[in-house]
Design a protein around this ligand. Structure first.
Ligand code: CP
Ligand code: NVA
Length: 307
């Protein structure tokens, strides 16, 4: 990686680096003092810098929050759908990365296969940021930790319960639990649990990550309950609805958690599937603060990558 600051996955960075990114993000958020959303921060730390964003999958939050983040940092973003680029008709990720590195100061990519992201990283001479793959969603977790801490104080030592599909976001929660030192209980159906490989990684790193197969038991005494879509982008529904129904976050799951526990979801949500409307639209839900914090957390990430 030769000194270029890529943001690929939380397990690839040290806890203190991630903490410094969040500290910076929180400071920049405070510093805006209600300025209009498109107005740059007073110091314009990324003035003259350009971020290229490539999307192989749909996006609302990631697309908008990275674009607005660059404007607030004093730079610019260019959003591109992969289907409109030559990469969409077979140009290699390596050539694309080499070409983009001649034009822009950083690249964000949302892609299906993490191998494509790795090929970009191996060939780019500017920072590459993971905007979600089939395997992980690290930018989401930076926003989630920022949001949790705004509501509940330091996340270290706290208990977070994930109930649902052991998907890309769940995997990034595993990375976050280890790097930010909190307990993570994963309630997932057996066939949709995170791989033994990532659970072994967490164990080797001394993390407190446990797999259970009952949502209410997993939520007992938790500080936060988290879930995500039952069918992620690019997946087929298959038997997922049947397998995941017992892991729906409803009032009973929330009642098992601490009375002041928060409910979190990266969005987009499917009311009546992974979460009931009563919970996601109820007083414990902090999902729109999470969505807002994508912007602030990514400003920290972008500033770190392009420092
Ligand atoms: N949470 C999230 O990444 O949302 P988008 O898919 O809308 O970017
Ligand atoms: N797990 C979801 C997250 C969307 C932000 C997906 O990959 O579709």
């Amino acid at each position: 990686m030769g000194g270029v600051r890529h943001f690929i996955d939380l397990d690839r960075l040290e806890g203190r680096t991630l903490r410094s990114i969040l500290d910076k993000a929180a400071a920049m958020k405070r510093g805006r003092n209600g300025a209009p959303k498109g107005a740059p921060d007073h110091d314009k730390p990324l003035a003259g810098r350009v971020l290229a964003m490539i999307f192989e999958k749909a996006s609302t939050r990631t697309r908008l929050s990275f674009d607005i983040a660059m404007r607030q940092l004093g730079g610019e973003g260019i959003v591109m759908n992969a289907a409109d680029l030559q990469i969409g008709r077979g140009e290699s990720a390596s050539d694309t990365a080499k070409v983009l590195s001649r034009y822009v100061d950083a690249i964000m990519i949302r892609t299906h296969k993490s191998a494509m992201l790795e090929e970009m990283v191996a060939n780019a001479t500017v920072p590459v940021i993971n905007g979600l793959t089939d395997d992980s969603h690290p930018c989401q977790l930076m926003a989630d930790v920022l949001t949790f801490e705004e509501k509940k104080g330091p996340i270290a030592g706290k208990v977070v319960t994930w109930s649902g599909d052991g998907n890309n976001v769940a995997r990034s929660w595993v990375h976050a639990a280890v790097r930010f030192d909190f307990e993570l209980r994963l309630a997932c159906p057996e066939p949709l649990s995170p791989s033994a490989e990532i659970l072994d990684w967490a164990r080797r790193e001394g993390g407190r990550v446990r797999l259970v197969h009952d949502a209410r038991a997993a939520a007992a005494g938790a500080d936060a309950v988290v879930t995500d879509a039952w069918v992620s982008m690019g997946q087929k529904a298959g038997d997922r609805h049947n397998l995941l129904k017992p892991f729906q976050v409803d009032r009973h799951v929330m009642a098992a958690a601490k009375p002041d526990a928060v409910f979190m979801h990266c969005l987009p949500a499917h009311r009546g599937e992974e979460v009931t409307a009563e919970v996601i639209d109820g007083p414990q839900s902090i999902v729109f603060d999470e969505a807002e914090n994508r912007l602030h957390a990514q400003k920290g990430i972008l500033a770190w990558c392009m420092a």
